[in-house]
Design a binder for this molecule. Sequence first.
Ligand code: GLU
Length: 287
Amino acid sequence: MRMKRTLLSAIVASTLALAACSSGGDDPEVKDVDASKFEAGSTMAKLADAGKITVGTKFDQPLFGLKAPSGDPEGFDVEIAKIIAGELGISADNIEWVQTVSANREPFIEQGQVDIVVATYTINDDRKKVVDFAGPYYVAGQSLMVLKDNNDIKGPDDLAGKKVCSVDGSTPAKNILENYPDAELVTLDTYTDCLDPLRNKQVDAVTTDNVILAGYVSQNEDEFKLAGDQFTAEPYGIGLKKGDDAFRAFINDTLEAAFTDGRWEEAWKSTAGTVLPVPDAPTIDRY
Ligand code: GLU
């Protein structure tokens, strides 16, 4: 009997450990929210009342948004979305995840296909013409990734006459086009589409934010490396419908609270923080 109980508790313990591993840690706190606490007709009231939210994120970017075998994405962006949902009383199970690629983020928000976009999404004035942004909740910077044995490319000035792969509708692609015209830019739909061309030497480098590239390097350490320093600032915001100022203020308040009460740091540590150091929390831009 004693043996049996020991065996049983060992099985229970290892099952629990496995479950904890596969979920990538605990989900952020879900608040006990009464939808009537929000102004009637507000986006917060509608979402809290429905008990669900649709979030656009990346599905192919390790550390920030990567579709796991469970079917749901995992990463820092995903955890940030869960913090916002939790503040509306919505649990992670009630988040509908929609894959957004760089080029369809604004249209998905404008057309209401998603309630918010949390997808390595740089806040900038061009995009603010059609959507609004809460945040930033992190500041990345454009960088380069090359094959491990490439010692020729150390920064964007070394791209003259070289092929560099990036993504349609992204700020890094626009930066290369406008400021490094001697580079030969190839744009594809997603950053993972650039990986085989880099492996096969059809392109010499891949460019996007350092943290996205760091995710690919962490998964392919024998093949790829980051080259040189960051050469832009990419403040990551949460995209939402233009003109929804109350929702923007609510998300900004939520982020500010998460910066100070440990939820933001925990979100980082359980995702990007497995590879990257903990950053300082940025200052929210309540424009
Ligand atoms: N942060 C940049 C952007 O919003 C690059 C990353 C991406 O394409 O998601 O365009």
